[in-house]
Design a protein around this ligand. Structure first.
Ligand SMILES: Nc1nc2c(ncn2[C@@H]2O[C@H](COP(=O)(O)OP(=O)(O)O)[C@@H](O)[C@H]2O)c(=O)[nH]1
Ligand SMILES: [Mg+2]
Ligand SMILES: [Zn+2]
Length: 359
């Protein structure tokens, strides 16, 4: 069972020694509700609380805590309680900056092979928003895929798909309608090889409907009706759903504003063309606001670069810079606290649990 959602020889080796020595079992986190974690194991879903060692790591760094998609080790105690003891090293992570003034990364889900950016064809997609999502997706380490949904509502789906493909070089673009079923098989095919796909995007664009179409059943609530009778679409949890033919999808709640953290690589992948012009500006710190010898502005004026793309890139860059400065401020504050603390107690070195050496 776990093989069909990505448990492979490498992961198997990583857990073998430890699991045998401690009688632990392996599983994959399908959902986290506050402290309680639902884990898919060979014996079905088990509910576990987070073990003490892991809690201590989390106190230091919340990203060490379990998230949907994590491979983990569970132990069952004589009183039948189950605890989640360790997380296996994450191969990929989707993160976002947390809301609020501190820009600390929050891990949304892990061990993703494909990040699907789900964008409805109707109303017409805003290209700068798609670019922004794609930048986030590259950062995760997973392969991005743009899924354009609701193709039944428009007549020019292929034209829009071409525009999106032009704005996201090197990224696969799929067109689907969950209403007619068009294109759903194409998305399912991309999960061959027992891959895991996370669905990202703003709510209302059809993520949960796509999960249902892929599974072929009503798995997740696509609709809740509010008291006042107005329809509202919600999916409040990040939930990993195994597909009948192998592979898994993770539905995520709508991302209101996707914050970018350390997305330098994502910018590079998404705006490589703009960055190549920028590298040729006369001044290294050119702000591309009319400085002499600015290659970016020249390219826009010469029609070699669209001004829409230039604006979109500028906007993302500014956002990155301010996120980085917030992180710097937080790190400075933490360092001050830390040096105060060191006077009282020397901190033990922080080590990641080494899975190869059984305790
Ligand atoms: N016409 C049409 N409507 C769709 C399609 N996919 C989803 N919808 C509708 O769009 C709304 C939001 O869908 P949902 O899957 O809940 O979006 P989510 O918030 O991204 O999970 C619902 O009313 C769906 O019925 C589609 O392919 N075609
Ligand atoms: Mg949903
Ligand atoms: Zn410039």
């Amino acid at each position: 069972m776990l093989e069909t959602i990505g448990l492979d020889a490498e992961l198997g080796r990583a857990v073998a020694g430890w699991a045998a020595a401690t009688d632990a079992s392996v599983g994959r986190v399908v959902r986290v509700d506050r402290g309680l974690v639902s884990v898919l194991t060979e014996d079905g879903i088990r509910r576990a609380s987070v073990g003490g060692g892991l809690l201590r790591l989390m106190a230091h760094d919340p990203t060490e805590g379990p998230c949907t998609g994590d491979w983990c080790l569970l132990r069952t105690w004589p009183d039948h309680r189950t605890t989640l003891e360790r997380l296996l090293p994450r191969r990929t992570v989707v993160t976002r900056a947390t809301a609020g003034r501190q820009s600390r990364a929050q891990v949304l889900c892990s061990n993703i092979d494909i990040t699907a950016l789900v964008v409805a064809l109707h109303p017409l997609p805003v290209l700068s928003k798609v670019e922004r999502l794609v930048a986030l997706a590259w950062e995760s380490g997973a392969r991005p895929l743009v899924v354009l949904t609701k193709s039944d509502l428009v007549t020019d789906a292929d034209q829009v798909a071409d525009d999106v493909a032009a704005a996201t070089p090197g990224v696969d673009v799929a067109v689907v309608s969950t209403r007619t079923g068009d294109g759903v098989d194409g998305v399912r095919k991309r999960l061959e090889g027992r891959l895991t796909m996370a669905l990202l995007g703003t709510s209302g664009h059809g993520k949960s409907s796509l999960v249902n179409a892929l599974v072929g059943a009503e798995t997740l609530a696509t609709r809740t009706i509010r008291e006042d009778g107005r329809g509202r679409h919600t999916s409040v949890r990040r939930e990993l759903v195994p597909l009948p033919g192998g592979g898994a999808v993770i539905d995520t709640p709508g991302l209101r504003g996707v914050g970018l953290v350390e997305a330098e690589l994502g910018l590079e992948m998404t705006f490589g063309d703009v960055q190549r012009f920028a590298a040729l500006c006369r001044f290294g710190d050119c702000a591309h606001q009319g400085e002499p010898g600015c290659e970016v502005v020249r390219a826009v004026q010469a029609g070699e670069l669209s001004s829409r793309r230039f604006e979109s890139w500028l906007h993302l860059q500014r956002e990155l810079r301010s996120a980085a400065s917030r992180t710097d401020a937080r790190l400075r504050a933490e360092r001050t606290l830390e040096s105060g603390r060191r006077i009282r107690a020397a901190k033990p070195p922080r080590a990641r649990p080494d899975l190869k050496e059984p305790p």
